[in-house]
Write a protein that binds this ligand. Structure first.
Ligand code: 3PG
Length: 306
């Protein structure tokens, strides 16, 4: 049995050691493909793999065609928009994620980006505080819940919108539910995005929505760049010179954002929300264990292409 770890953005070494331990205990051979620069390297490495652990690595029909023995792909993380689920199903490959395993890391970064933005990107000038400000959490899943928990420590007044989450769950977490995205943006000084990238959500964060934010509004994106309608947000930020945008997922139009909004825009050079030793260990080892469990007991609990 060959388990491939294919990570263009590698896990911390300690996480790879943990994955190796799980694999070796199960009698699997572990292969590592890290920091690859060419899809061909992935096509070659996956050719004889029975299972693969990935991060944001793209698993499309071409990769699945090359993976002659593959039975399971586990995305060590939450979002699985990088896997062609229909193609996986057509190739009889089970696709899973590891929900919740890296969410604290992403949430901590979201708060870090908020502090950076309200302190004027740490440029030494007088900024504002998060305490007492209204925070809107757009989607109350694993990351959103962690953001709420940490923001409570900052003394923020917390709201959330999530069409799929009951009000009671938000109220139990000390969060005020609102019932539309429009209401969330109109209410909150800071909005933190935690929606997945789907056909429904791509380009959905547009001027009509963000334009509802009160004066001095801050949009924080640690989700996916595809959910932002970049052209509209650029136009909006040109007319609303009070708005700020900070992102852990560099926009396609990063250069334009940087040129136009030098003091109220920031993006990390590479998505790093889940890039901590702890998140790598949690998600990487969970992925390895899910694979072993799948092969030994047939457990498909976290399958996303059912
Ligand atoms: C996720 O969906 O789990 C996060 O966006 C982290 O992605 P990464 O593994 O590429 O850092």
């Amino acid at each position: 049995m060959k388990l491939l770890v294919a990570t263009e953005k590698p896990f911390a070494k300690v996480a790879v050691d943990g994955i190796r331990e799980v694999a070796e205990k199960a009698g699997y051979e572990l292969a590592l493909l890290e920091k690859y620069t060419d899809k061909k390297q992935l096509l070659d490495a996956i050719a004889d793999a029975d299972a693969v652990i990935i991060r944001s690595d793209i698993i499309d029909a071409e990769v699945l065609d090359a993976a002659k023995k593959l039975r399971i792909v586990v995305r060590a993380g939450a979002g699985y928009d990088n896997i062609d689920l229909a193609a996986a199903t057509a190739h009889n490959v089970v696709a899973m994620n590891t929900p919740g395993q890296n969410s604290n890391a992403v949430a901590e970064l979201a708060l870090g980006l908020m502090v950076m933005a309200v302190r004027n990107m740490y440029n030494g000038t007088s900024g504002t505080e998060l305490k007492g400000k209204k925070l809107g959490i757009h989607a109350f899943g694993n990351v959103g819940r962690n953001v709420a928990r940490i923001a409570q420590g900052f003394g923020m007044d917390i709201y959330a919108y999530d069409a799929y989450c009951p009000d009671e769950a938000m109220i139990a977490a000390g969060v005020k539910p609102v019932h539309s995205a429009e209401e969330l943006y109109a209410t909150c000084d800071v909005v933190s995005l935690h929606i997945p990238a789907t056909d429904e959500t791509k380009n959905s964060i547009n001027a009509a929505l963000v334009g509802r934010m009160p004066k001095g509004g801050l949009l924080v994106n640690t989700a996916r760049k595809e959910v932002i309608n970049e052209d509209e947000i650029i136009d909006l930020m040109q007319s609303r010179t009070d708005l700020k945008y900070v992102a852990d997922v560099m926009p396609a139009a990063d250069a334009k954002f940087r040129t136009l909004f030098a003091d109220r825009y920031f993006a990390t050079p590479k998505k790093m929300g889940a890039q901590t030793a702890e998140a790598n260990i949690n998600a990487g080892i969970a992925a390895a264990k899910q694979i072993v469990d799948f092969f030994t007991t047939g457990n498909t609990r976290f399958q996303v292409n059912k």
